[in-house]
Write a protein that binds this ligand. Structure first.
Ligand SMILES: [Zn+2]
Length: 149
């Protein structure tokens, strides 16, 4: 789990979610020189989910393979990277983002047979503030995902 560390937009539309996803892709490809977006999926503040790295959705739906990501050093070949739109160092995410995150994590755990206890935040592995206050809510997230499963 990550936060994008970008602006906390109040545009909760699907169109904005698509634009945000494309902006990240531009940043990762043109700025970082990567082959595609680093993360597998992006969750918008309006609760819209978009595919990041090409092939991630196909792999998730079939549950047998994963596309290697570029979102967390040491975890890219074994962890599904979910970027949550916004910066959560001092403020909490909107309910729509949280609800979408719970639902999507539950689906991802189901598809890959990942126990909810194995949901982690970026800062568990790398020296970063990411995903901010969302990291403090990991126990709540794991419990909510377990409930869904
Ligand atoms: Zn991160």
């Amino acid at each position: 789990m990550h936060h994008t560390a970008l602006a906390n937009s109040t545009d909760y539309s699907q169109a904005h979610a698509f634009q945000n996803s494309r902006d990240i892709q531009d940043l990762h490809m043109d700025g970082n020189g990567w082959v595609d977006s680093g993360q597998h999926f992006t969750n918008s503040r309006g609760g819209w989910l978009t595919e990041g790295r090409n092939g991630s959705l196909y792999a998730l739906l079939h549950g047998q393979t994963m596309v290697q990501g570029a979102h967390c050093v040491g975890q890219n070949d074994q962890a599904i990277g979910i970027e949550n739109e916004g910066t959560y160092l001092t403020e909490q995410p909107p309910a729509a983002l949280w609800n979408s995150l719970v639902a999507f994590c539950a689906f991802t755990c189901q598809q890959y047979a990942i126990p909810p206890t194995e949901i982690y935040g970026h800062k568990d592995f790398n020296n970063t503030q990411c995903p901010g206050l969302l990291h403090d809510r990991l126990p709540e997230l794991r419990t909510a995902v377990a409930g869904r499963l």
